[in-house]
Design a protein around this ligand. Structure first.
Ligand SMILES: NC(=O)c1ccc[n+]([C@@H]2O[C@H](COP(=O)([O-])OP(=O)(O)OC[C@H]3O[C@@H](n4cnc5c(N)ncnc54)[C@H](O)[C@@H]3O)[C@@H](O)[C@H]2O)c1
Length: 286
């Protein structure tokens, strides 16, 4: 099956990055969000990213112009789905919302279309069951920031066909990613390990073992992690991380119980870079 048009649902941190990679890969790309403001912001960021790519010599000028032309936006899930060969869902990490979106997309997308979720942890099999095409439902787990991170976890749900896995890998490769294929299990490979490290870091901060800066420094210089766990959670979003931990706690047991300090930060609106404050502060100019 030839993929020509990709619909990306949700224009937040991940959706806008996936739309950037998709349009630069040569796909006609439709970016959808229920919020007009999110779409405006996403377009500004994608344009800025393309300009930066040209300025640093990573993207050719004509490719940048062509990519921007291939990108359109809409506030209608149905309109986006109706035109797509591949739909990549990147709405917030709650199963109720994802099930609703998968059912709506399934009703409108062409029968050959593949429906993918960028979920960090939730069950692709459950999303597939909300559709009439479980063999064509797959996980495509991109990483943040999408334009820089090279991995794509392709997640095989219970009924995902080999053809669907191959098509997802082909699209990911065209978007410049290296693919690993993972059998569905809560948190796949990366989110499960990352959630464990990040949660443990919050417990250490809560217990006063060390400051946030020193915990980050210890993991970077002692364990060779490129970012500290608090720098990373501020980038990912504390709310997203908490949602993942709650799901892993429910599905894999007590070792994933979210740290109370993380719950408190989220309750206080300290969601990370996107809200200007997480574990660290991000003044508007930074
Ligand atoms: N943040 C990360 O680092 C990261 C990494 C990998 C995967 N993910 C996964 O990607 C998904 C999105 O995460 P994010 O960080 O981009 O979230 P986000 O909060 O930045 O963006 C979500 C977007 O979805 C939009 N939205 C909400 N309801 C909608 C609806 N009904 N229809 C259309 N749009 C709707 C919101 O307006 C928002 O713009 C989640 O499943 C998350 O687990 C996140």
């Amino acid at each position: 099956m030839t993929i020509q048009t990709v619909a990306v649902l949700g224009a937040g941190l991940m959706g806008r990055g996936i739309a950037y990679a998709s349009s630069l890969a040569g796909y006609r790309t439709i970016l959808e969000d229920s919020s007009a403001e999110a779409l405006d912001r996403a377009c500004d960021e994608i344009s800025a990213l393309l300009e930066k790519g040209v300025a640093t010599g990573k993207v050719a000028g004509e490719d940048s112009i062509a990519a921007r032309k291939r990108l359109t936006v809409t506030r209608s899930v149905e309109a986006a789905a109706a035109a797509a060969d591949l739909v990549i869902e990147a709405v917030p990490e709650t199963i109720e919302l994802k099930l609703e979106i998968f059912a709506a997309v399934d009703r409108k997308a062409p029968p050959h279309a593949i429906l993918a979720s960028n979920t960090s942890s939730l069950s692709i099999t459950e999303m597939a069951a909300a559709t009439q095409r479980p063999a064509r439902v797959v996980g495509m787990h991109f990483f943040n920031p999408v334009h820089r991170m090279r991995l794509l976890e392709v997640v095989r749900a219970l009924e995902t066909s080999d053809e669907t896995i191959a098509a997802a890998c082909e699209a990911g490769t065209k978007m410049g990613k290296e693919c690993v294929i993972v059998r569905e299990s809560p948190g796949f490979v990366t989110s499960r390990i990352n959630a464990m490290i990040g949660n443990e870091a919050f417990y250490m901060l809560q217990e006063g073992v060390a400051s946030a800066r020193d915990i980050d420094k210890a993991l970077k210089l002692g364990l060779n992690h490129p970012m500290g766990p608090f720098e990373l959670v501020d980038l990912v979003g504390l709310d997203t991380r908490l949602a993942i931990l709650r799901f892993l706690h429910r599905s894999l047991g007590d070792k994933f119980r979210p740290c109370p300090l993380l719950e408190q930060y989220v309750a206080a609106g300290r969601l990370g870079r996107k809200s200007g404050r997480g574990v660290y502060d991000y003044p508007p100019a930074s």
